[in-house]
Ligand binder design. Sequence first.
Ligand code: SF4
Length: 213
Amino acid sequence: MATQGSPFNPRLRSERFSGQIAIALFRIAQGVQVMVRRSGQALGLSPAQTQALLFLAYARPGVHTIGGLAQRLQATMATASEVADALERKGLVVREPRPEDHRIIGLRLTGAGRRRAADLEGMLDDLEAAVAELPPDDQEHLHRILQHIVRRMVEKRLVVVYEMCWGCAFFRPMAHPDDPAAPHHCAFMDAPLPDAHTYTECPDFTPRAEVSA
Ligand code: SF4
């Protein structure tokens, strides 16, 4: 695609909406970084530790490993391990071997870690409040537009999207109706899913529309 000149150049971006929108998204990203940093600082956490606690609180338990954390932080294994070390020293996380394979070391929030993660939950309130000021139709339109932009960023490996099962192409709800402990099924892992796991965020989430297209 031919370049249209940098959107950072005010004269050039004034000539096209795409540049103005790109700069608006850049400013939102800067604002979100500040929200993450301030919320973490208030609780004695770095931005990476803040993200790690939220990851352990909401991501699918199967990815609670150093590798999963590295993927979520888009960092190296060494960096993810350092983040886990720091959280362990603060008593917020413990490392423990996985019951299904003792060679894999899992990460688990302690009670204090769960409470600290809960304290972070209001981090995006100001952002959501700004969106909530829009009429419902505009919110729906904005949601669709942002999903398109996020998909392009995923394709370019700029971001990893974690989402819950409902809406995933691999999700088979109530595929095992006789098993109350795990009534659903994931066709990606070819494994039954407990109900609670379907409301956790998964890095393998694939939107239904993308597969059927
Ligand atoms: S791949 Fe899809 S169905 Fe399977 S656990 Fe992840 S989100 Fe759920």
